[in-house]
Design a protein around this ligand. Structure first.
Ligand SMILES: [Zn+2]
Length: 179
Protein backbone atom coordinates (compact mmCIF):
# COMPACT_ATOMS: atom_id res chain seq x y z
CA UNK A 1 0.00 0.00 0.00
CA UNK A 2 1.37 3.43 -0.88
CA UNK A 3 1.70 5.85 2.00
CA UNK A 4 0.59 9.45 1.92
CA UNK A 5 3.11 12.32 2.12
CA UNK A 6 3.92 13.54 5.62
CA UNK A 7 2.42 16.93 4.71
CA UNK A 8 -1.15 15.55 4.61
CA UNK A 9 -0.99 13.22 7.63
CA UNK A 10 -2.79 13.98 10.91
CA UNK A 11 -0.92 15.77 13.72
CA UNK A 12 1.80 13.53 15.11
CA UNK A 13 0.58 13.75 18.73
CA UNK A 14 0.01 10.29 20.19
CA UNK A 15 -3.65 9.78 21.19
CA UNK A 16 -3.90 8.82 24.89
CA UNK A 17 -4.95 5.18 24.40
CA UNK A 18 -2.89 4.50 21.28
CA UNK A 19 -0.05 2.07 20.74
CA UNK A 20 2.88 4.14 19.45
CA UNK A 21 3.90 1.76 16.67
CA UNK A 22 0.34 1.31 15.44
CA UNK A 23 -0.27 5.06 15.49
CA UNK A 24 2.88 5.67 13.44
CA UNK A 25 1.73 3.15 10.82
CA UNK A 26 -1.86 4.39 10.76
CA UNK A 27 -0.82 8.04 10.27
CA UNK A 28 1.06 7.03 7.14
CA UNK A 29 -2.24 6.00 5.49
CA UNK A 30 -4.38 8.99 6.50
CA UNK A 31 -4.90 12.15 4.43
CA UNK A 32 -6.39 15.13 6.27
CA UNK A 33 -8.96 17.18 4.39
CA UNK A 34 -10.88 20.21 5.62
CA UNK A 35 -13.81 17.94 6.39
CA UNK A 36 -12.89 14.26 6.87
CA UNK A 37 -9.64 12.38 7.38
CA UNK A 38 -9.45 9.66 4.74
CA UNK A 39 -7.87 6.27 5.39
CA UNK A 40 -6.05 5.09 2.26
CA UNK A 41 -4.75 1.70 3.43
CA UNK A 42 -6.22 -1.75 2.82
CA UNK A 43 -9.97 -2.03 2.23
CA UNK A 44 -12.40 -4.77 3.20
CA UNK A 45 -15.25 -5.92 0.95
CA UNK A 46 -17.80 -3.90 2.93
CA UNK A 47 -16.23 -0.57 2.02
CA UNK A 48 -14.56 -0.09 5.39
CA UNK A 49 -10.83 0.03 5.88
CA UNK A 50 -8.80 -2.81 7.30
CA UNK A 51 -5.84 -1.97 9.51
CA UNK A 52 -3.30 -4.46 10.80
CA UNK A 53 -3.10 -3.62 14.49
CA UNK A 54 -2.44 -6.64 16.72
CA UNK A 55 -2.46 -4.64 19.98
CA UNK A 56 -5.81 -2.96 19.36
CA UNK A 57 -7.23 -6.12 17.78
CA UNK A 58 -6.38 -8.16 20.87
CA UNK A 59 -8.28 -5.66 23.02
CA UNK A 60 -11.33 -6.39 20.84
CA UNK A 61 -10.82 -10.13 21.00
CA UNK A 62 -9.78 -10.21 17.34
CA UNK A 63 -6.60 -11.64 15.94
CA UNK A 64 -4.93 -8.94 13.85
CA UNK A 65 -7.11 -6.52 11.89
CA UNK A 66 -9.47 -3.81 13.00
CA UNK A 67 -11.46 -1.12 11.24
CA UNK A 68 -9.38 2.06 11.25
CA UNK A 69 -12.38 4.03 12.54
CA UNK A 70 -12.64 1.71 15.54
CA UNK A 71 -8.86 1.97 16.08
CA UNK A 72 -9.03 5.77 16.13
CA UNK A 73 -12.06 5.95 18.42
CA UNK A 74 -10.47 3.68 21.03
CA UNK A 75 -7.14 5.48 20.68
CA UNK A 76 -8.87 8.67 21.81
CA UNK A 77 -11.51 7.32 24.18
CA UNK A 78 -10.41 3.95 25.52
CA UNK A 79 -11.79 0.45 25.01
CA UNK A 80 -14.98 0.12 22.95
CA UNK A 81 -17.74 -1.49 25.04
CA UNK A 82 -18.68 -4.99 23.85
CA UNK A 83 -21.44 -4.93 21.26
CA UNK A 84 -20.95 -1.27 20.45
CA UNK A 85 -20.38 0.14 17.00
CA UNK A 86 -18.52 3.26 15.87
CA UNK A 87 -20.80 5.47 13.82
CA UNK A 88 -19.78 8.02 11.21
CA UNK A 89 -21.61 11.34 11.49
CA UNK A 90 -20.20 12.16 8.04
CA UNK A 91 -21.33 8.87 6.43
CA UNK A 92 -17.86 8.43 4.89
CA UNK A 93 -16.87 4.87 5.77
CA UNK A 94 -13.15 5.56 5.24
CA UNK A 95 -13.17 8.59 7.52
CA UNK A 96 -11.06 8.39 10.70
CA UNK A 97 -11.41 12.00 11.87
CA UNK A 98 -12.07 11.74 15.62
CA UNK A 99 -14.75 14.45 15.50
CA UNK A 100 -16.74 12.44 12.90
CA UNK A 101 -16.82 9.26 15.00
CA UNK A 102 -19.38 8.43 17.63
CA UNK A 103 -20.09 5.44 19.84
CA UNK A 104 -23.41 3.72 19.30
CA UNK A 105 -25.13 0.36 19.28
CA UNK A 106 -26.46 -1.69 16.38
CA UNK A 107 -29.87 -0.05 16.73
CA UNK A 108 -28.29 3.38 16.34
CA UNK A 109 -26.40 2.19 13.29
CA UNK A 110 -29.53 0.90 11.58
CA UNK A 111 -31.31 4.12 12.49
CA UNK A 112 -28.51 6.10 10.85
CA UNK A 113 -28.80 4.01 7.71
CA UNK A 114 -32.57 4.43 7.51
CA UNK A 115 -32.38 8.16 8.10
CA UNK A 116 -29.89 8.54 5.28
CA UNK A 117 -31.87 6.10 3.15
CA UNK A 118 -28.88 3.85 2.70
CA UNK A 119 -31.04 0.79 3.22
CA UNK A 120 -32.57 -0.21 -0.08
CA UNK A 121 -35.93 -1.88 -0.47
CA UNK A 122 -37.32 -4.02 -3.28
CA UNK A 123 -38.40 -1.83 -6.15
CA UNK A 124 -36.67 1.23 -4.79
CA UNK A 125 -33.07 2.25 -5.18
CA UNK A 126 -32.97 4.71 -2.30
CA UNK A 127 -30.22 7.20 -1.76
CA UNK A 128 -27.45 4.68 -1.18
CA UNK A 129 -24.30 5.34 -3.15
CA UNK A 130 -25.16 3.94 -6.55
CA UNK A 131 -21.70 2.42 -6.92
CA UNK A 132 -22.04 0.28 -3.79
CA UNK A 133 -20.05 0.84 -0.63
CA UNK A 134 -16.92 -1.09 -1.63
CA UNK A 135 -16.57 0.56 -5.04
CA UNK A 136 -17.29 3.99 -3.60
CA UNK A 137 -14.57 3.48 -1.00
CA UNK A 138 -12.06 2.29 -3.60
CA UNK A 139 -12.80 5.29 -5.82
CA UNK A 140 -12.37 7.66 -2.90
CA UNK A 141 -9.05 6.10 -1.92
CA UNK A 142 -7.82 6.19 -5.53
CA UNK A 143 -8.80 9.84 -5.93
CA UNK A 144 -7.13 10.91 -2.69
CA UNK A 145 -3.93 9.03 -3.46
CA UNK A 146 -3.87 10.47 -6.98
CA UNK A 147 -4.28 14.00 -5.63
CA UNK A 148 -1.57 13.69 -3.00
CA UNK A 149 0.63 12.04 -5.64
CA UNK A 150 0.21 15.18 -7.76
CA UNK A 151 1.35 17.29 -4.81
CA UNK A 152 -2.09 18.41 -3.65
CA UNK A 153 -1.56 18.82 0.09
CA UNK A 154 -3.97 21.65 0.87
CA UNK A 155 -6.83 20.38 3.12
CA UNK A 156 -9.45 22.45 1.27
CA UNK A 157 -8.34 21.12 -2.12
CA UNK A 158 -8.37 17.57 -0.79
CA UNK A 159 -11.81 18.26 0.67
CA UNK A 160 -12.96 19.23 -2.82
CA UNK A 161 -11.63 15.92 -4.14
CA UNK A 162 -13.67 14.14 -1.47
CA UNK A 163 -16.79 16.12 -2.34
CA UNK A 164 -16.33 15.34 -6.04
CA UNK A 165 -16.10 11.59 -5.46
CA UNK A 166 -19.18 11.72 -3.22
CA UNK A 167 -21.16 13.60 -5.87
CA UNK A 168 -20.24 10.93 -8.42
CA UNK A 169 -22.06 8.35 -6.32
CA UNK A 170 -25.17 10.40 -5.59
CA UNK A 171 -28.09 8.75 -7.40
CA UNK A 172 -29.92 12.08 -7.54
CA UNK A 173 -27.01 14.11 -8.87
CA UNK A 174 -26.83 15.30 -12.45
CA UNK A 175 -24.43 12.75 -13.88
CA UNK A 176 -23.19 15.03 -16.64
CA UNK A 177 -20.35 16.60 -14.73
CA UNK A 178 -18.42 19.40 -16.31
CA UNK A 179 -14.99 18.24 -15.21
ZN1 LIG B 1 -15.71 12.31 8.50
Amino acid sequence: MPRVPEAVRPPVDLPPWADLGEWARLRAYVAVTDRCWIYTGALADDGYGRFWAPTAAAAEGRSENVRPSRWVWQAHNGPIPAGSVIRHDCDVTLCVRPACLRLGDQTDNLGDALRRDRVTHPGRVGKADRRGAATAARELRTAVLAATGRGVFDPAELGAVLAGVRTDGDPFADHGRLF
